[in-house]
Design a protein around this ligand. Structure first.
Ligand SMILES: C[S@@+](CC[C@H](N)C(=O)[O-])C[C@H]1O[C@@H](n2cnc3c(N)ncnc32)[C@H](O)[C@@H]1O
Length: 381
């Protein structure tokens, strides 16, 4: 062990650091993202730094989610952690263009005030507490948390040279780390249940997902208290008991690039989500058990396809040539859907689908043959 308590894997970033600069990761991470000058309060919003499904393919994603909402009997969509409302803008455009069913109600929530780009008919709550306090907003809703939970800060722990588990502290200005005390009893119990580190090699790390569990179960409990209940969908890069990353998954993003996770407010700080733990916590708060499926399969079962059948072609069914603009639009749409379904990209995200105050929803089987088992599937919850 270093004199300042660091673990033995010496990291040049850790040399010569003043101990008084260090804070637990959970604290530094929260300040960096959500403090007064936090990353997520910046005017450019998440879209200025990385590309989520709502930025890559808002139209197709909106179509799939509108279909999911209607298939599961919901009359509204509530987007929690909505960024600057990109998905809601696409849903509003889709619903306004449709002349069939009753339009879905739309509502967003993020840590910032209502974005100026939102159509009037989309509601907005600035902050989760405002949403949780307004129960009718959650009634009969499809509640979506798209890449929300991975940016909920949580404690980081590491196995030290003696085999003991210690909380990782970080200098917010530099990202240098040292090890602090063992985790408290609640974090230790979470680790024992969801991410056991006994006997693991020195340097093995874990992110303690309790704050993610708490956020999602608070939503589930409020949904369960509504007259008609709600469907809950959390979408993120995720792991379950069989697939925990041995080094944890803490990472930073700035301007579209993967960077060291320095919690100084200049970059996003994210870690994959222990989605089985989230499902269990939501279950204890009144939600159904939930299923975890990969995004690719979920979106295919909701009607998205980028296969040969989706090719736009250059002529209409009567044989007349299509205008170039129509062909280009169709090609752009096809490549957006392909990006959503890419198993090594956005298609590799996990969906946790559950319900509170109503039965567990079932996604239809995707069309076509079942195909071989997916070795990267997140596993049962
Ligand atoms: C990674 S971004 C994803 C944005 C959007 N869902 C998308 O897919 O493009 C996560 C968003 O969750 C928001 N967020 C995190 N914690 C939140 C909370 N407790 N209440 C409301 N929003 C939150 C952040 O401010 C950020 O805009």
């Amino acid at each position: 062990m270093d004199v300042d308590g660091s673990h033995p894997q010496s990291d040049p970033r850790r040399v010569g650091v003043r101990p008084q600069d260090y804070a637990p990761w959970v604290t530094a991470w929260a300040d960096a993202l959500y403090g007064p000058a936090g990353f997520y309060r910046r005017p450019e919003g998440p879209a200025g730094h990385f590309r989520t499904a709502s930025h890559a393919a808002p139209g197709p994603l909106a179509r799939a989610l509108a279909r999911l909402a209607r298939q599961t009997g919901c009359s509204r969509v509530v987007d929690v952690g909505a960024g600057r409302g990109e998905l809601l803008v696409a849903l509003a455009a889709l619903e306004d263009a449709a002349d069939g069913p009753v339009p879905l109600g739309l509502h967003g929530c993020d840590v910032v005030p209502r974005p100026a780009t939102l159509p009037d008919r989309v509601g907005w709550s600035a902050g989760l507490q405002a949403l949780l306090a307004d129960l009718p907003l959650l009634d009969d809703a499809l509640v979506v948390g798209w890449e929300l939970l991975d940016v909920v800060p949580c404690p980081v722990v590491e196995v030290d040279g003696t085999g003991a588990v210690r909380e990782v502290l970080v200098d917010p200005a530099t990202g240098r780390e040292r090890l602090g005390d063992p985790p408290g009893p609640d974090d230790a119990a979470w680790l024992a249940r969801w991410w056991p580190l006994d006997g693991r090699p020195t340097g093995t790390r874990a992110e303690v997902g309790r704050p993610r569990d708490a956020l999602w179960s608070a939503l589930a409990a409020r949904c369960a208290a509504t007259p008609h209940g709600a469907v809950l969908l959390a979408v993120d890069y995720a792991h379950t008991a069989a697939t925990r990353p041995p080094a944890g998954s803490l990472a930073g993003y700035r301007g579209g690039l993967l960077v060291d996770p320095v919690p100084d407010g200049s970059c996003d700080v994210t870690a994959h989500v222990a989605l089985d733990a989230v499902a269990a916590a939501a279950g204890a708060a009144g939600a159904s058990a939930g299923v975890v499926v990969r995004q690719r399969g979920a979106l295919r079962s909701l009607g998205l396809s980028a296969g040969p059948g989706a090719h736009p072609g250059s002529h209409d069914p009567s044989g007349a040539p299509l205008p170039a603009a129509t062909i280009l639009r169709a090609l752009a749409e096809r490549s957006a859907v392909a990006e959503l379904l890419d198993p090594d990209g956005l298609g590799g995200f996990s969906w946790l689908l559950s319900a509170a105050g109503r039965p567990q929803p079932v996604l239809p089987e995707p069309p076509g043959p079942p195909g071989p088992p997916d070795p990267r599937a997140p596993g049962p919850v």
